[in-house]
Design a protein around this ligand. Structure first.
Ligand SMILES: Cc1cc2nc3c(=O)[nH]c(=O)nc-3n(C[C@H](O)[C@H](O)[C@H](O)COP(=O)(O)O)c2cc1C
Length: 182
């Protein structure tokens, strides 16, 4: 793996290898194509593609180059099902996803970890689109598990327990990922 992201991307449906480098979607095409998609095909997402998406997200800008964002790839079906139950509104779509990338913020690195996470998650979604996949953002940070009990258990604590995330790393959002339905 060299430092050049483009040279390390696996081929995508529309990708063509030209002289050993990969032709990925035009930037504006990616911007135009990105939409929140909440239903996915049953085709699994290749691990190398998920790894490549995280590599792209790791290039996102961060306050004072603090690089406070971390990424957890979830592919296990039972864990995705459990993740889909983090809230009683707006997270059920994770049940049908083939994978999720949970974006976490290291609050010890910067007070702007939330801002950094939002940028990182956006990079994840754009990389997903560029690789012919679809995604939807499922928010965690600050959200209660139950819509009608805003002071009750928080989605962040539910996700922390489920994924065994250590203190100081703050679950911010999960990006549900899959191939589009035919
Ligand atoms: C900060 C943020 C939080 C979001 N949270 C959720 C969510 O919890 N569940 C969901 O289904 N969509 C969520 N979305 C997706 C938005 O609903 C979606 O981006 C918006 O409706 C615009 O649609 P588009 O992404 O197709 O342009 C979130 C998006 C953002 C940026």
């Amino acid at each position: 793996m060299d430092g050049n992201i483009k040279n390390n991307l696996p081929s995508t449906k529309n990708g063509q290898n030209v002289d050993g480098t990969l032709q990925i979607m035009d930037f504006l095409e990616v911007i135009e194509k990105r939409r929140s998609v909440r239903k996915y095909s049953e085709k699994p997402v290749e691990k190398e593609i998920l790894d490549a998406i995280v590599k792209v997200a790791q290039t996102a800008p961060s306050s004072r180059n603090s690089k406070s964002s971390a990424f957890m790839i979830v592919e296990d079906r039972d864990t995705l099902d459990a993740l889909s139950q983090m809230r009683d509104y707006g997270s059920a779509l994770l049940k049908g996803a083939q994978a999720a990338i949970v974006v976490l913020g290291d609050e010890s690195k910067t007070d702007l970890w939330v801002d950094n996470c939002a940028i990182s998650a956006t990079f994840v979604q754009l990389a997903v689109t560029a690789m012919d996949l679809v995604s939807c953002w499922v928010h965690i940070n600050g959200r209660p598990c139950l819509k009608d009990v805003p002071e009750g258990e928080k989605a962040e604590d539910y996700v922390r327990n489920l994924l065994g995330i250590k203190d100081g790393l703050r679950p911010y959002c999960a990006i549900a990922i899959g191939y589009p339905e035919e």
